[in-house]
Design a protein around this ligand. Structure first.
Ligand SMILES: *Cc1c(COP(=O)(O)O)cnc(C)c1O
Length: 390
């Protein structure tokens, strides 16, 4: 009888170690990892230069309180500001915390403008986390059920529908921000078009709303640019990061620029662990290695290769509805619920995930190479074909 609280549907496997894009389980069986701990292990497993940097930092200093200066935080904030175009950064430990910071920032911004009941517009099918505020912002009733009363101050619109946002602008005077994922991850790998992103940016400008992009899953190079919004040539006011930021070391960030910058002062927000020297070293080294190894270009090229190779291998297979996504954030929608494929893939030595019932989700490490693409296609295509026959 386990003493773990029963919060996850777990596969019956445990891993002892990994190398690159492969993991080994307690029985010695080797798996191709096409999920990276759900977009976390940016550099794959046991990257030598990354491990060395962590070991060195661990031997020096793990943690100091945020009541002192933390030089690694200052360096990491510089690195993120340079690459994102946003002016300042708050560090935390996870995606939901980054989004909590963004929501607090939006409310604070509203109050400063004299709006007493600030409202944040959020999207259908959104996922922003499982704390009370972020599950309230999430557009999935399964995440919310049983935890009512929800946090108020959110207004929901369909994703990708600019007209709906214009309606909101006409009828609601309390709106302070629009919050969205550039690619909805948990929602089934749906991407906001460039036109939509540009339209949201323009509406936010017209009404002095903050544009908040939750890039917890799609950020940090996964789509082939540092951040998903960069494909559309826009600049949000607030961007949240976590998952891939520390390549497996927990670290999250809330970035703010434009009218969202300079709002918080001492005492408005904080975190005991947020941005400690170990976490910041992990993120700094992740950024350095993404650049040294050309991993942005790799994400774009290998993502396109996975897509074309899988599309070729599954051509004429009835039941494959659509390939979606960008770079190494890919979804393959089938015409039926396919959660069972996760276990079948595991048996075949492949780690994948299924989201939104019918969407196979691939989130490989940014170091994924051509040999791994071949292995992925050789393993996944027959599984999908057999599943759709059965
Ligand atoms: C995973 C995820 C979160 C929540 O991150 P946690 O670290 O689990 O709190 C928030 N937003 C998006 C888009 C995510 O994919």
């Amino acid at each position: 009888m386990s003493h773990l609280m029963n919060t996850y549907g777990r596969q019956p496997v445990a891993f002892t170690h990994g190398k690159g894009c492969h993991l080994t389980d307690t029985e010695g069986k080797v798996y191709l990892d096409a999920l990276s701990g759900i977009a976390v292990n940016t550099l794959g497993h046991a990257h030598p230069a990354f491990v060395a940097a962590l070991a060195e930092q661990a031997g020096r200093l793990l943690h100091v309180s945020n009541i002192y200066r933390v030089p690694q935080q200052e360096q990491l904030a510089d690195a993120l500001a340079q690459r994102s175009g946003l002016a300042e950064v708050f560090f935390c430990n996870s995606g939901c915390e980054a989004n909590e910071a963004a929501i607090k920032l939006a409310r604070f911004y509203g109050h400063k403008r004299g709006i007493e009941n600030p409202t944040v517009v959020v999207m259908e099918k959104a996922f922003h986390g499982r704390t009370m505020a972020t599950l309230s912002a999430t557009g999935n009733y399964k995440v919310q059920a049983g935890f009512e009363p929800l946090v108020s101050g959110f207004l929901r619109v369909p994703y990708g529908d600019l007209q709906a946002l214009k309606q909101v602008a006409e009828h609601h005077g309390n709106v302070v921000a629009v919050m969205l994922e550039i690619i909805q991850g948990e929602g089934g790998i749906y991407m906001a078009s460039s036109e939509y992103q540009q339209g949201v940016r323009q509406l936010c400008n017209e009404h002095q709303w903050l544009m908040i992009c939750d890039e917890v899953q799609c950020g940090m190079g996964r789509t082939g640019e540092w951040f998903g919004y960069q494909h559309a040539g826009i600049l949000p006011d607030v961007v949240t990061l976590a998952k891939g930021l520390g390549s497996g070391v927990p670290v999250g960030a809330c970035l703010a620029g434009g009218r969202a910058a300079g709002l918080f002062g001492p005492g408005n927000h904080g975190s005991t662990f947020g941005g400690n020297p170990l976490a910041c070293t992990a993120a700094l080294k992740t950024i350095e290695l993404i650049e040294a190894e050309g991993l942005l270009a790799n994400a774009e090229r290998i993502g396109a290769l996975i897509r074309s190779e899988l599309a070729a291998a599954l051509k004429d297979v009835p039941g494959v509805v659509e390939f979606r996504g960008k770079g190494l954030m890919l979804g393959i929608e089938l015409d039926r619920p396919c959660g069972e494929l996760v276990g079948r893939a595991l048996a075949a030595g492949l780690l994948i995930n299924v989201t939104h019932d019918k969407v196979i989700r691939l989130l490989p490490a940014l170091i994924f190479g051509e040999a791994e693409v071949r292995e992925l296609v050789d393993k996944l295509a027959p599984l999908v074909r057999d599943f759709l026959k059965g």
